[in-house]
Design a protein around this ligand. Structure first.
Ligand code: FES
Length: 610
């Protein structure tokens, strides 16, 4: 239970308490008796709560720079002695105190930097165009109105938006004027006098369950101007889509609105940041393309995802949708459009459609596999001019969640482990001091421990001997191996290995099921693309070594990173690709694993380590 002892020393009058987050200097208000986690969540400050504030996941760590409260029982269980001494506590276990100053572990880490999301060869045909027209005083005089003036200049009928009309009416009288025109088809969206700087901009957005990515493009040149990523603030309502759907089921419209506002507000922060970095105005954004899984897209659109989580897994929509930015609350020119890409099924979303497009699955060889590994594993197989797809619950282990010392693929995360001559060596992303174990590090650690005989084929941690004995602690379910003895020691535990086994068995059984539908040998696969933040750091040898991926020559395995953002950017830059996205949806046969009688048997077999 939260430690509310001090908070109980209160008057009955409602009271707002303020605390400060350093080093950002943000001041956040909390109500009396509210926990820090609740107050941060309502202030849309990202703080993960993978256990739903039960005090069991240990993810909501905050450090008190001002005097720390007495540790809660849950904090004592979840935090190391060093952490407790250093002022770290669980935000979900302590009531807000006025004047406190804290820092947040998750904000210090920050998500992985965005990668360049699209290749240069993509044809530039964004569906909105800009050009200049000059109107003499005579041409302005003979035209009845804005529509006619622009139509006369272009030699074709057009319809001007209220914003274009206002700019036309506000022009200086009796002067020649040159307008920068932005139009979509025959719809003139905006007129800007040449004297005012203007741009034609677009956004490619990936709404991930864990991470949001926003990429700003100059649609006149096809160039990337700026990128930003952030954790999806909806994490505070659970690490996976099921928890978030559960929130909507429980709280109805209020819950839906809360989740929609959380993600839209955060996206707008990222949009403002990319525009600031590029020194452009958000009102120059005329096109936005969004990819994401079906639940994320429902929540973004303010449409209830309830039904996606229970059989028969019915979503409210799968088709592509077009919105005005204002309908969603997103920043952009009011006459711009937001295109939400289509999905294939309740669990094979627009992010996978975008991934198929970004990898051009099937165009290089007849037999290719795309595996997007996150909380869910989505798998697409291209064989004999057809595509087969399935989705399998991999659990959060690959994203570093639900792992005792787990973190996302962020700076300082252990992403590789080697055991040589009885010594354990860890490397971290960006060479930063180790601060946790990400999915690839977990996989590497399990692979090395298996090779060293510290894990048997069933996944059981065995007592170490020789120099490694000092690294092995506990027995049975409490067994663990110390990987890094940093200020906050980082271990891999028996439970972590079980979580990894569940995840890798689910994905591999999904792959096996798709491969079985073609009656071709896995060794014939021409390419295996591994997408997602997890895939960016994946070692093919290790993925094969623990039985996650089929045994193909390692040079056929490609880590392709965030293909969702890349596919969205392809549609942003080339409007013709909207049709490609719709065509992909029609080309894919969705295979429901729950209905496959052999899936469970495959899953059980793949739990073992090779
Ligand atoms: Fe606080 Fe899980 S321990 S949210």
């Amino acid at each position: 239970m939260p430690d509310r002892s001090k908070a109980d020393e209160r008057s009955e009058a409602p009271q707002q308490l303020q605390f400060t987050i350093q080093p950002l200097g943000w001041r956040v208000s909390g109500a009396l008796n509210q926990t820090y986690e609740e107050a941060l969540r309502y202030a849309a400050v990202p703080i993960p709560t993978d256990c739903g504030s039960m005090g069991t996941c240990g993810k909501c760590k905050i450090r008190f720079i001002s005097t720390a409260p007495e540790p809660s029982a849950a904090g004592i269980r979840r935090l190391s002695e060093n952490e407790l001494e250093g002022g770290w506590r669980l935000a979900c276990q302590h009531a807000v105190r006025d004047g406190a100053t804290i820092e947040i572990a998750e904000l210090q880490r920050g998500p992985q930097t965005a990668e360049r999301p699209v290749n240069q060869e993509e044809a530039l045909q964004p569906g909105v165009e800009d050009f200049e027209i000059s109107l003499s005083p005579h041409e302005q005089h003979v035209a009845q109105d804005c529509d006619q003036a622009i139509a006369n200049a272009l030699g074709e009928a057009v319809r001007c938006s209220p914003y274009a009309k206002r700019a036309f009416e506000d022009r200086p009288a009796n002067q020649s004027i040159t307008f920068h025109v932005v139009r979509r088809g025959n719809h003139v969206l905006q007129l800007v006098p040449r004297s005012v700087s203007s741009h034609l901009l677009g956004l490619a957005i990936d709404v991930g369950t864990t991470t949001l990515a926003v990429h700003l493009y100059d649609l006149s040149k096809g160039s990337l101007m700026a990128s930003e990523t952030a954790y999806n603030p909806q994490r505070t309502w659970g690490a996976d889509v099921i928890s978030r759907i559960g929130h909507v089921r429980q709280y109805g419209d209020a819950g839906l609105s809360r989740l929609q506002h959380a993600v839209v507000d955060k996206l707008n922060v990222l949009v403002e940041r990319v525009c600031e970095a590029a020194e452009v105005s958000v009102t120059s954004i005329f096109k936005t393309v969004v990819a994401g899984n079906p639940t994320m897209l429902h929540l973004l659109a303010g449409v209830s995802p309830v039904g996606i989580d229970l059989s028969p897994y019915t979503p409210a929509f799968l088709d592509s949708r077009v919105y005005a930015p204002g309908q969603l609350g997103l920043l952009g020119h009011p006459e711009g459009e937001v295109l939400v890409l289509p999905s294939i099924s309740s669990y094979i979303g627009a992010d996978i459609v975008a991934g198929v497009m970004a990898t051009e699955l099937g165009s290089h060889g007849a037999y290719e596999l795309l595996v997007d590994i996150g909380t869910n594993g989505e798998i697409v197989l291209h064989a004999d001019d057809r595509m087969y797809a399935c989705s399998t619950a991999a659990g959060p282990a690959f994203e570093g969640a639900a792992i005792r010392d787990g973190v996302g693929a962020v700076s300082g995360a252990i992403d590789d482990v080697r055991i040589e001559g009885g010594t354990i060596r860890c490397s971290t992303i960006n060479g930063e001091p180790a601060m946790g174990l990400c999915g690839t590090g977990l996989l590497a650690a399990a692979h090395e421990l298996r090779k060293s005989g510290l894990i048997d084929s069933s996944g059981r941690l065995l007592p170490g001997n020789g120099p490694l004995a000092t690294r092995c602690h506990g027995v049975g379910a409490d067994a663990r191996v110390l990987l890094e003895s940093a200020a906050a020691p980082i271990s891999i535990t028996q439970k972590d290995i079980r979580a990894l086994q569940l995840g890798k068995a689910a994905i591999r059984a999904g792959i096996d099921t798709l491969l079985a539908s073609t009656s071709r040998s896995p060794s014939d696969l021409d390419r295996v693309y591994v997408a997602g933040a997890f895939g960016a750091y994946l070692s093919p040898e290790r993925a094969i070594g623990i039985g996650l991926l089929p045994d193909v020559p390692v040079n056929r395995i490609r880590a392709v990173g965030n293909t969702a953002a890349r596919g969205a950017a392809m549609v942003l830059l080339n409007d013709v690709r909207r049709k490609d996205a719709d065509a992909i949806v029609k080309q894919v046969d969705y295979i429901e694993l729950a209905a496959d009688p052999e899936f469970t048997q495959r899953f059980l077999e793949r739990m073992a380590f090779p």
